[in-house]
Design a protein around this ligand. Structure first.
Ligand SMILES: *Cc1c(COP(=O)(O)O)cnc(C)c1O
Length: 358
């Protein structure tokens, strides 16, 4: 197929310029006569890439010096276990805000390790909303409070974050990290699998406040301690070097675009195009998320009947729109419009939605 519009939920679209840069450098990386994949992870050439990825992330998200940036493996899913392993001590409670399938998975792992609590939940409404900040409940024994900043499957997103002072606030930002400027200091730990907004799959970024590295973790396997990776500049063992190289390229692309403020404005413009198509369809398309909780990253919607959904998706596929089917657990349609999805793709989808309705 000559041209597609990629709306995949993850792994997802990468900026064309990033792919072209990788192509150009592939067989001979910076005159080493090798690809970046073939370099030792202890070589200067690789370490420069590794450290540049860290410093670009620090710059783009204005991460204070009191935080450490880690490159981990095992996806966001391993973080669901590492968090309680490192922080959920005896007598403490892992407090979770349930806003979708990923928060459910996160609490499920914590339950294997210690006590948990539900701070608030929008499960009753089939995860159409983000709870109001004043609905969140806290406990004196909270080891941490955990949220999912963007709910990839249901298409909801936190538009402001709670101020939590009695315990560290931890956020799974897998599907919206780097989509907007961020007040890092509200959080004790932020983590994200790279394959939505940061690069290819294989690397997980963690941004952790340094004092949290002092927690007693003597009982935790070495590889699963945050401390292990912070003490070794994420080079305790062989890191996913190619994924980190691609992450570096994505970060330098974001910087060239003008940084997270510019990206945020573009994302708002892109999302508006599709939400307007939904809102102006006289009910033919109906959005899953409540308006005030809508995600700028994943737009979820349904047509009047299951039969219509199927016909819409089949026709879309024929026209080169890829990945518009909703997650297998919820059905319907979903357009994932991460940073790398261009405005033209959203305009093309809007035009198709209008003509399909007609
Ligand atoms: C995709 C996703 C995950 C799972 O990430 P893996 O890297 O596949 O483990 C977790 N949380 C959220 C919010 C996601 O979007």
């Amino acid at each position: 197929m000559a041209h597609v519009y990629n709306f995949n939920a993850g792994p997802s679209a990468l900026p064309k310029e990033v792919l072209e840069r990788a192509q150009k450098e592939l067989v001979n990386f910076q005159n080493t006569g090798m690809s970046v994949m073939e370099l030792s992870h202890r070589s200067k050439a690789y370490e420069d890439v590794h450290n540049e990825a860290k410093s670009l992330l620090k710059e783009l998200l204005t991460i204070p010096d009191t935080y450490e940036i880690l490159f981990l493996q095992g996806g966001a899913s391993l973080q669901f276990s590492m968090i309680p392993l490192n922080f959920l001590q005896e007598g403490k409670v892992g407090n979770y805000v349930l806003t979708g399938a990923w928060s459910e998975k996160a609490i499920k792992e914590a339950k294997l390790i210690g006590q948990t609590a539900i701070s608030a939940s929008s499960k009753e409404s089939n995860y159409k909303t983000i709870p109001a900040l004043d609905e969140l409940t806290y406990n004196e024994q909270d080891a941490y409070v955990h949220i999912t900043s963007n709910n990839t499957i249901f298409g909801t997103q936190w538009h402001s974050f709670p101020t939590v002072s009695h315990a560290p606030l931890i956020a799974d930002m897998s599907s919206d990290i780097l989509s907007r400027p961020l007040d890092v200091e509200k959080f004790g730990l932020i983590y994200a699998g790279a394959q939505k907004n940061l690069g290819p799959s294989g690397v997980t970024v963690a941004i952790i406040r340094k004092d949290l590295l002092e927690t007693n973790v003597d009982h935790v396997p070495t590889m699963l301690r945050y401390k292990t990776h912070s003490e070794t500049n994420s080079l305790f063992h062989t890191p996913p070097t190619f994924a980190i190289y691609m992450l570096r390229n994505v970060l330098s692309w974001v910087k060239e675009q003008g940084g997270t403020s510019t990206i945020e404005a573009k994302n708002a413009e892109k999302a508006k195009i599709i939400y307007d198509a939904i809102d102006e369809s006289n009910g033919f398309y109906s959005g899953h998320a409540h308006k005030d909780s809508r995600s700028l990253m994943n737009v979820t919607f349904n047509l009047p009947t299951e039969e219509d959904n199927k016909r819409f998706l089949a026709k879309a596929k024929e026209l080169g729109f890829v990945g518009l089917n909703g997650h297998r657990s919820v059905g319907g349609c979903r357009a994932s419009i991460y940073n790398a999805v261009p405005l033209e793709a959203c305009e093309a989808l809007r035009d198709f939605m209008i003509s399909f309705n007609k």
